[in-house]
Design a protein around this ligand. Structure first.
Ligand SMILES: [Zn+2]
Ligand SMILES: [Zn+2]
Length: 471
């Protein structure tokens, strides 16, 4: 399976979405929204929120922290939390308690305020702050049983509320008042910290991403993947690098008769031989496998092995016990696949190993149709060392790769031996060289080739990657 091509985009989109809650302004998510300041807008709002004694409201109130500004916000029904948030006054108490103090002060000056503001929904948060405790409880429940240390909270607030809040805040709020979204996120963080121990709130690369939809009070907790780096040796032929879906049923859930309900064309893969024990120990949902290139299913991979990053999806445990994990993998793979070590990695390294183009060494065994002068054949093949070859996209991969010509370097031919009626050669090539084609010529698509050099058709018997010269 290839890396999820959509995932990075999702991440970017999510991050821009969630970060909109942090800044000192609401720019970002709503920056394309043109603020509506038509008079009809205010009248609409006014009609929806009839306030008794409206004629007494001071429409020309100055912005907070002027007492008249605070009185105005209290009259239009701002809740204690928003009074504190927009009031711009230092009080002994914080949050809603601080707002209550400001309200009392305003009521002492003007007793009418108590009658006016108490019955309506807060126009600058629609009483959203009453939900903070509920939201924190949902988050806390969702975190139960998860190992994590960092969390990022994103919040989605309906656009019309954001616009209305922005309008009132910029007109009557104290200069520098925090927007609703940032304040709400902060409240949720403080509240959640009381319920869940040792959370650090971060703005990027969290262990848990929490997205709150304030309209439905839906809370989504996304457990971010853990990445592990290692190098694998594949010691057995017939194992694909990644899961290979059944050709008959295309790997549908539950599989079919021909794949014995596995959904897989081949029961084993390097991905699962390594990934299954990892997923088990880290209690993860699934894995994705990112290799530094891949060898064909019938090709072994030896030496130091091929670098890879295993993406462990939705793990309940984030810190693997490496020693016992390596042992589990060894038992599970039973000599078919080996790894010497694993370490924690990250998404950046996935990009790095996907982009790295490393030379590789191979041993290939092939059978020439006939071999009249073995010594001359060996010497002629050795002369390929250090030459450039031209390869047209091989027939066998033409259905998934663009048809084009590539020039590749045969870095060295280190050994050519005749073994019975077969020849074995060890060589080192530039990244992206098709080795089987270099031998059999792919009907003339690769030139020169061993076949063209010794003048008889050659059939590949087996191929090993001796080493991947990386890192
Ligand atoms: Zn409010
Ligand atoms: Zn099937």
């Amino acid at each position: 399976m290839a890396a999820d091509p959509d995932e990075d985009d999702d991440q970017v989109e999510w991050v821009s979405y969630s970060n909109a809650g942090y800044g000192s302004s609401e720019e970002g998510l709503w920056e394309d929204v043109v603020p509506i300041e038509s008079p009809s807008e205010e009248i609409d709002w006014y009609d929806e929120n009839p306030i008794e004694g409206e004629s007494m409201i001071e429409w020309d109130a100055p912005p907070c922290p002027a007492p008249l500004g605070i009185a105005y916000l209290a009259r239009i029904g701002c809740c204690d939390f928003c009074l504190h948030r927009l009031g711009g006054r230092r009080t002994d108490a914080v949050g809603a308690e601080g707002g209550a103090a400001l309200r009392k002060e305003a009521e002492r000056r003007d007793p009418e305020i108590a009658l006016q503001g108490s019955t309506v929904e807060c126009p600058t948060c629609e009483n959203l702050l009453e939900d903070v405790n509920n939201v924190s409880k949902i988050i806390s429940a969702a975190c139960d049983g998860l190992q994590f240390s960092t969390m990022q909270i994103g919040v989605h607030i309906p656009k019309d509320l954001i616009e209305e809040e922005d309008r009132i805040r910029s007109r009557y709020g104290a200069p520098g008042s925090k927007p609703l979204k940032a304040s709400f996120v902060e409240e949720v963080q403080v509240n959640t910290s009381d319920m869940v121990k040792d959370i650090e709130f971060v703005r990027e690369r969290p262990d848990l991403m929490v997205l709150i939809d304030t309209l439905t009070l839906r809370v989504d907790v996304d457990v971010r993947p853990v990445f592990l780096y290692g190098r694998y040796r594949k010691l057995s032929r017939g194992i694909p690098q990644t899961r290979w879906p059944c050709r008959a049923c295309r790997g549908r859930d539950g599989g079919c008769e021909s794949c014995e309900s596995t959904g897989l064309q081949y029961p084993d893969s390097v991905q699962d031989l390594i990934g299954k024990p990892v997923a088990e120990q880290m209690q993860a949902q699934d894995t994705a496998f990112h290799g530094m290139g891949r060898e064909d299913i019938d090709v072994r991979c030896l030496g130091q092995g091929r670098p890879f990053v295993l993406e462990v999806k939705s793990p309940k445990k984030r810190t693997p016990e490496f020693a016992s994990l390596l042992k589990l993998i060894e038992e599970n793979a039973d000599g078919r696949v080996e790894i010497d070590s694993l370490r924690i990695s990250d998404r950046k390294e996935v990009a790095r190993i996907k982009q790295t183009r490393s030379e590789k060494s191979y041993t290939i065994r092939f059978k020439p149709e006939s071999l009249e002068d073995p010594d001359k054949a060996c010497n002629d093949i050795l002369a390929l060392s250090g030459t450039m070859i031209e390869q047209q996209t091989p027939k066998r991969v033409s259905h998934r790769r663009a048809d084009r010509n590539r020039v590749r370097k045969v870095v060295s031919v280190d050994r050519v031996d005749v073994v019975g009626d077969e020849i074995e050669m060890t060589l080192r090539c530039e990244a992206g060289t098709y080795i089987k084609e270099l031998v059999h010529s792919d009907e003339g698509r690769t030139t020169p080739s061993v076949t063209s050099i010794i003048g008889v058709p050659c059939e590949v018997v087996w191929l090993d990657v001796e080493d991947v010269h990386a890192d």
